[in-house]
Write a protein that binds this ligand. Structure first.
Ligand code: DON
Length: 304
């Protein structure tokens, strides 16, 4: 029987004082206030005790991790229909790249790059009565935590500087792949990315993807086939042009965000969350990826 608490404590001590911690994101000015010294890990097994170490209970900006939660809600509304507007191939390009979008006539490569997430945001804006409030309620419900909220300073900060997202949304609109107004979709997307959660809350939010579609309250939100698809998309597209590297080193479906968070999971086994705001050149948490590589290697737990 593996002592998981011991394993994550060992990983924490090994990486906490490493000198190369990566660079905190600054293209969203509000995120530049984070320190790359922060580091936390939270493990939530399906059976067994939760384990945690370091800054696991400090809230941070979940950024692109939110794209998976938005996708899960959009799939629950439209299921197969959404794949007429989105592909499911890895892009091999950075998360905010635009070239392929034009080459491929406004159909984003996948729902986890920014352009794809904007199409998902458009679907949610169409279906939800009060999109920002209703999406927040959904996240609170699957997490069983009514305290989760948007960080409005982060949303405003991206609203003022997210020019590439304005470009992506306008390109999508020009190809008739946005049904709502560009500004409304972007406003929703910037808030979605500005959700603030700690490692424990994120592990609870992602529990349904490791638990056959049932959330921490035991409520069924997704079918088995929907969970299979979402996990497959995380594995192949969750780390953009580093998805191969993450599969190679870690071997789990997962998703990163430029706030420094990573969520990864082994279906029917566990969810693990790391937070370390220093990023590598591909925009993924440097220490987080190393921690997860150590975790799956030391415990022999991966989908492979
Ligand atoms: O749209 C953006 O650029 C950010 N709101 C989210 C990007 C992100 O988190 C990329 N992930 N590593």
């Amino acid at each position: 029987m593996i002592d998981f608490q011991n394993v994550i404590e060992d990983i924490y001590s090994d990486l906490k004082h490493t000198t190369n911690k990566g660079v905190v994101a600054s293209y969203i000015p509000e995120l530049a206030k984070q320190s790359n010294a922060s580091f936390g890990i939270y493990l939530k097994p399906i059976d067994g005790n939760n384990c945690h170490v370091g800054d696991w209970d400090t809230p941070f900006s979940i950024q692109s991790i939110s794209k998976v939660l938005a996708l899960s809600k959009a799939i629950a509304f439209e299921d197969n229909k959404i794949w007429q507007r989105l592909d499911v191939e890895p892009s091999g390009n950075p998360f905010n790249h635009l070239t392929l979008l034009e080459l491929e006539n406004g159909i984003p490569r996948n729902p986890l790059i920014n352009a794809g997430a904007l199409v998902v945001a458009d679907i949610l804006v169409t279906h939800l009565k009060n999109p920002k409030q209703d999406f927040l309620e959904y996240v609170r419900n699957i997490t069983n935590d009514q305290t989760i909220n948007y960080n409005l300073e982060v949303a405003t900060s991206e609203q003022q500087t997210g020019f590439k997202n304005y470009a992506a949304a306008n390109l999508l609109k020009s190809y008739n792949n946005l049904n709502n107004a560009v500004d409304i979709v972007l406003d929703f997307y910037f808030h979605q990315c500005a959700l603030e959660m700690n490692c424990e809350q994120l592990a609870n939010a992602f529990y349904l993807f490791s638990n056959k579609g049932k959330c921490v309250n035991n409520k069924q939100h997704l079918t088995l086939s929907q969970v299979k698809r979402i996990n497959a998309i995380m594995l192949t597209c969750g780390f953009y042009d580093e998805a191969g590297e993450f599969a190679f080193e870690v071997g789990l479906p997962g998703k990163s965000g430029v706030g420094g968070g990573i969520v990864a999971l082994l279906p029917n086994n566990f969810v693990i969350v790391t937070w370390a705001p220093g990023l590598n050149p591909k925009g993924n948490s440097l220490i987080g990826m190393q921690a997860l590589e150590q975790f799956t290697t030391k415990t022999n737990r991966s989908i492979f």
